[in-house]
Design a protein around this ligand. Structure first.
Ligand code: UD1
Length: 431
């Protein structure tokens, strides 16, 4: 079984280049099938979620030409099926973006109800409410969602809760509805803005992405075009936390510093030095950090996708920190794994973690419970004394491009291994 083995205790030092944003890429790829001309997308991250979504696109008949590892050319003209297979939806939750894309373009879509990382209930009621408001009939039968409409008509939609997925999905369908749609209380995440910019590049008329209200004037069709995806804010934040937790000095390149304000503020709070450049941030962490409190919130608040990485960083800080998870109700499952390393974290009411910082963590055998928690466990292993193994790394590969390689370039002793022999070899090499 594939696992990561880490010899911890080495400060990360050097430069790392961040890949394209996975969550932006998922929305953009799904939206690209709405055009009947060539769409070329670059700066795609080479991660399993993206490759799986590309397979799902091919399965409905879209033409997908992989130009290189980070560039793809797509044409939706050849689509001949409006049914997304269960196999994709079970592996990749973002396949639900095909509902918005296909409903907008063809007025019909059939997609299984999504699964994904088990970090909470993750309903899709807001997506459905939005499609319904546009005039679609939506029903769920035996785990499959059927959406269809004679016509889609622009309308006023208020989302009861700020949802990235619902904002992107409904925005896609509204792009090709008749007339004006006004969406209120929408998500403002950088990837929402990136999907809107992409759709506008193809001829959509979307205004206000990045604010609370998005106004969309429907168009009859979208044309082809080229687009480059923004850098991954979460991958950048992950390396920033890794630099802090290992007391290293890391220049994180190819970032948009504005997208990192929440994590920069928290790292400064706990005593890290953070230097900002045009498209890079450098995190310098010399001494043991101090405690702080964090609450996850929709953008521009502290991202829930960086909560586990920050919790690990705080598990090594001096004093007691409180981390409150306000987006997903089941996002502290990894805390049991950290306990094996000597972390003292108590979870109350399911969503508040009280962290009493330890001076040192010890290596342990760990298992990743989901994507971001998997990355956080790797950070814990990098900071701990001794050897750590992390299993179930399929989760990490879903969202981090060459995570182990990038960490090695920063001086980490980490390797992807698939046998006990390889584990022993690593220990001999590093011991
Ligand atoms: C996206 C990201 C995910 C990130 C999350 C929050 C992608 C592919 N995934 O997930 O990495 O952790 O945003 O930043 O971009 N909700 C409802 N009803 C709905 C939809 C959502 O109640 O119809 C709730 C969710 O349960 C959650 C909150 O709204 O409590 C936010 O979820 P949402 O922003 O939709 O997350 P995703 O789009 O699934």
């Amino acid at each position: 079984m594939e696992q990561l083995i880490i010899q911890g205790g080495i400060p990360l030092v050097g430069e790392v280049t961040v890949s394209g944003a996975k969550n932006a890429a998922l929305g953009i790829l799904a939206a690209s099938v709405m055009a009947d001309e060539d769409v070329t997308i670059d700066n795609l991250p080479d991660v399993d979620d993206i490759n799986m979504l590309l397979d799902a696109m091919e399965s409905i008949g879209a033409t997908v030409v992989r130009i290189d590892r980070h560039t793809v050319r797509i044409n939706g003209k050849t689509i001949d099926r409006l049914v997304v297979d269960d196999v994709y939806m079970r592996k990749i939750r973002a396949s639900y973006y095909f509902i918005g894309a296909l409903l907008g373009k063809y007025r019909r879509a059939q997609v299984p109800v999504p699964g994904g990382c088990d970090i909470g209930q993750r309903p899709i009621d807001l997506h459905l409410k939005g499609f319904g408001a546009l005039g679609a009939q939506v029903e769920i039968l035996d785990g499959t969602l059927f959406a269809q409409a004679e016509r889609l008509t622009g309308c006023h939609i208020y989302l009861d809760k700020v949802s990235v997925g619902a904002t992107i999905n409904v925005m896609m369908a509204a792009c090709m509805a008749d007339g004006l749609t006004v969406m209120e209380n929408v998500a403002k995440e950088p990837h929402v803005v990136d999907v809107a910019n992409f759709l506008n590049r193809l001829g959509a008329k979307i205004k206000g992405a990045g604010t609370d209200t998005i106004r969309i004037r429907g168009v009859e069709k979208l044309h082809g075009g080229d687009y480059s995806i923004i850098p991954d804010q979460i991958e950048a934040g992950t390396f920033m936390c890794a630099a802090a937790a290992t007391r290293g000095d890391v220049m994180v390149k190819n970032v948009i510093p504005k997208h990192l304000e929440a994590i920069v503020a928290k790292l400064q709070d706990i005593g890290c030095e953070v230097l900002e450049f045009d498209d890079a941030v450098r995190v310098v962490s010399k001494a043991r950090q101090r405690s702080t409190n964090v609450m996850t919130l929709p953008y521009p608040g502290f991202p829930t996708d960086l909560q586990p990485q920050m919790t690990v960083t705080l598990a090594l800080a001096e004093g007691t920190s409180v981390v409150t998870e306000s987006i997903f109700e089941n996002r502290f499952r990894y805390v049991d794994e950290l306990a094996r390393m000597g972390c003292n974290i108590q979870v109350e009411s399911g969503n508040v973690a009280i962290i009493r910082g330890a001076a040192q963590l010890r290596g342990a055998k760990l298992c990743a419970p989901d994507l971001r928690a998997g990355a956080a466990l790797v950070i814990a292993g990098l900071a701990a004394q001794g050897y750590t193994t992390v299993e179930e790394i399929g989760y990490i590969k879903r969202g981090y491009e060459h995570f182990d390689e990038k960490l090695r370039e920063l001086g980490a002793a980490i390797e992807l291994v698939d046998s006990q022999r390889a584990v022993q070899k690593f220990k001999l090499k590093t011991g």
